[in-house]
Write a protein that binds this ligand. Structure first.
Ligand SMILES: [Zn+2]
Length: 128
């Protein structure tokens, strides 16, 4: 579990550095912003904000995972409560479901999408 923790801490540090770097950049941008008042820059800023949102959401996820780790509540499937394999957690530290539940969910999503398709029944038959 220490391996995963250090992985999460590393990712957290990288994200924080990224967000800070962007904050510095947007500050310099706003200094010269009056001179270059173009719509392109506006769009870039919006994109930055969007990315920042996503990064912050990920950061929150990492912090939550670290908290759960401290409370010894980390690495359990949200769906069935089984432990998530270490291999899976190393690949996706923020995984909330075990591989079985994840693939079940993906399969049911796929099935829902496939309902309107003509080849649905043949897909199900060839599935297992
Ligand atoms: Zn599960």
């Amino acid at each position: 579990m220490e391996e995963i923790k250090s992985l999460l801490l590393k990712e957290k540090a990288a994200l924080l550095a990224n967000i800070q770097e962007k904050a510095v950049n947007s500050k310099t941008n706003s200094d010269i912003g009056d001179a270059i008042d173009s719509s392109v820059e506006e769009q870039e800023r919006e994109l930055d904000l969007l990315l920042q949102d996503r990064e912050q959401a990920r950061l929150k996820g990492i912090e939550l995972a670290l908290k759960r780790m401290e409370a010894d509540d980390f690495g359990y499937c949200d769906e069935c409560g089984e432990t998530i394999s270490k291999k899976r957690l190393l690949a996706i530290p923020l995984a909330r479901m075990c591989i079985n539940c994840q693939s079940n969910e993906e399969r049911s999503k796929l099935a829902q999408n496939a309902f309107s398709r003509a080849d649905y029944s043949s897909q199900v038959l060839s599935d297992d």
